[in-house]
Write a protein that binds this ligand. Structure first.
Ligand code: ATP
Ligand code: MG
Length: 568
């Protein structure tokens, strides 16, 4: 590609709307342009990267025996009513009507459509296993689209769905996808981790996520290499604490805590640590509000909380009016003593003694609170996020926390959809048998952002070679004044292209500094500088994007190096 014909506008300034580096660099390098909230155009340069991701994904899916198809993006409501998700999916689902006032949605995922395909298409166990996949546009009306293509509303997903005669078949199909995903993320040159996950909206039994590790990742991952454990913090279980509760030493005392609505303010006022406090959160329940009680320094885990019978899904904090009604005081002073609604206590509260909690009176707390004396001792539940240093669920190590970007997710769905939608085949005895399903997603567009989060420096993107929009950039110095340089550059351009490389030939009549800066910003892995002085010595200046220094190489040596690096 000749740069002069590529119409690329790079930006020097960091765009104000972009919070994280990948979003900034994608805008600056001209990979994407924003249309509206969570909607982006993939510009020619960005699309080249996207196509490379797709190609690797497609190759590995095909290699794993999956069959590509393409389903409609728009889906009739009837299918979602059949699976029961039309009402459950909530505001993430973009709903619409056609001219006959029939309901449709823009697909956020395709379990319903593929199950409909499978129940019509597959008749006999002899046709199984089957794994269908597509690479296609999804829409999810995210509450907070951000980070550019990383959490957008419209995005491209590779979604695959396996159909098996039984659980054992599903397990085999699932493991195949596990292996294919591992191969994909390795080939893309990304540092990633596979973690146990919650199955969320999609449902089913077992699921694992593939995370690209990056400090800016939205997900926290708890892991322990010694215990061979890794899980999304959403689903990493906590254990009830070891040992026994210390005996009460303090009297229950009501103290004034004016305006101490937060744990921090309370700790300052009473000179206690957050560990010595109990926070009581009033949330919506299925049968009126309920309370969740946690140690002050712990974070509530919404995924765990909404699984507790009696707690409403999705987890919703009670509004101020409800809090006033159930506690008789202003929000910020709720506590379990005398509270007349169900209270669920986190495991970690079991060993607390002499602690501080709200008194259900405005501007008042209790100190010296004790379980068994002031509050009835009850069975505790897992309500909080694990923290660094917690024991692993197996109990054989301690957890560390790192951050990741979810780029893939594999699920064992079992018969959740096939049962609801009656997707059966005849088994070996001629009886109808509900198929076992798995589903497997990869965020194609998100991968591009995630790759940049992991691979950049102060000057721009440093693409892992398999993702780079171009393999090599040619930077001729003063080509518009020197025929020698022009001829040498044109010949190189020709020869490298013939060798199968994607070449960006910077033939613009502009300063070398501008060309260098653009080449670094867009992250081309290899650069060759062609100058009159170099040519006189039969040399080209070569630099790898990830290297500090450039080196002079004989023309042949430079060409061989490039051909080898790109082909290997
Ligand atoms: P998240 O937890 O990040 O919202 P999810 O678990 O809801 O994602 P899945 O249903 O597992 O997403 O979808 C499969 C893959 O699609 C995800 O692993 C992710 O890579 C990608 N994906 C999901 N939502 C988005 C989005 N809003 N923007 C870009 N990619 C997305
Ligand atoms: Mg997911």
């Amino acid at each position: 590609m000749r740069f002069s014909e590529f119409s690329l506008t790079t930006l020097k300034e960091v765009p104000a709307e972009a919070e994280i580096v990948s979003h900034q660099l994608m805008l600056r390098a001209g990979l994407i342009r924003r249309l509206a909230s969570g909607l982006f155009t993939w510009m020619p340069l960005g699309l080249r990267v996207l196509r490379k991701v797709e190609a690797v994904v497609r190759e590995e899916m095909d290699r794993a025996g999956a069959l590509e198809l393409l389903m409609p993006a728009v889906q009739p409501a009837e299918l979602w009513q059949e699976s029961g998700r039309w009402d459950k999916y909530g505001p993430l689902l973009l709903r619409m009507q056609d001219r006959h006032q029939r309901d449709y949605c823009f697909g956020p995922t395709h379990e319903e459509v593929i199950t409909d395909v499978a129940r019509k298409e597959l008749r006999s166990y002899k046709q199984l296993p089957v794994n269908y996949y597509q690479i296609q546009t999804k829409f999810r009306d995210e509450i907070r689209p951000r980070f550019g293509v990383m959490r957008s509303r419209e995005f491209i997903m590779k979604d695959a769905y396996s159909f098996d005669i039984d659980e054992a078949g599903l397990e085999a199909s699932y493991q195949k996808m596990h292996a294919a995903y591992t191969a994909i993320f390795k080939r893309l040159g990304l540092i990633f981790r596979v973690v146990d996950a919650d199955s969320g909206e999609i449902g089913g039994s077992r699921s694992q996520e593939f995370h690209v590790l990056a400090d800016s990742g939205e997900d926290a991952i708890a892991y322990c290499d010694d215990d061979n454990y890794a899980a999304n913090i959403e689903s990493a279980a906590t254990l009830p604490p070891e040992g026994t509760r210390a005996a009460a030493t303090a009297e229950l005392t009501k103290v004034e805590t004016p305006a101490a609505r937060s744990i921090d303010a309370l700790c300052d006022m009473l000179a206690v640590t957050a560990q010595q406090t109990l926070k009581t959160l009033i949330v919506e329940g299925t049968d009126g509000p309920v309370a969740l009680a946690l140690r002050g320094d712990h974070e509530l885990n919404a995924v765990k909380a909404q699984k507790i019978p009696g707690v409403a899904t999705p987890l919703t904090m009670a509004d101020a009016e409800t809090v006033r009604k159930v506690t008789g005081c202003e929000p910020g002073f709720a506590g379990p003593i005398g509270l007349d609604i169900p209270v669920f206590y986190d495991h970690a509260t079991a060993n607390m003694a002499d602690f501080v909690c709200g008194a259900n009176e405005s501007d008042m707390h209790y100190t010296g609170t004790n379980i068994g004396r002031d509050i009835e001792a009850v069975a505790t539940v897992d309500l909080r996020n694990v923290v660094s240093g917690d024991p692993t669920p197996g109990g054989n190590g301690t957890l560390s926390i790192t951050r990741g970007i979810e780029v893939g997710h594999i699920f064992q769905l079992g018969d959740k959809y096939s049962q609801a939608m009656n997707a059966t085949v005849q088994d070996s005895e001629g009886k109808d048998s509900v198929m076992s399903m798995g589903c497997y997603g990869i965020g194609i567009t998100r991968i591009v952002g995630a790759a940049i989060e992991q691979n950049h420096d102060d000057n721009g993107i440093v693409w892992p070679a398999p993702l780079a929009p171009f393999d090599v950039v040619l930077v001729p110095i003063n080509m518009h004044r020197s025929d020698t340089v022009r001829e040498a550059a044109e010949a190189l351009y020709e020869e490298l292209q013939n060798a199968g490389l994607d070449v960006l030939f910077d033939d613009r009549n502009t300063r070398p500094g501008v060309m260098f800066a653009d080449a670094e910003l867009i992250g081309v892995p290899h650069r060759l500088v062609i100058s009159e002085r170099g040519l006189q010595a039969g040399e080209l200046e070569y630099r790898q994007r990830s290297d500090e220094e450039s080196r002079n190489l004989k023309r042949e040596a430079a060409l061989n190096l490039l051909k080898e690096s790109v082909i290997s």
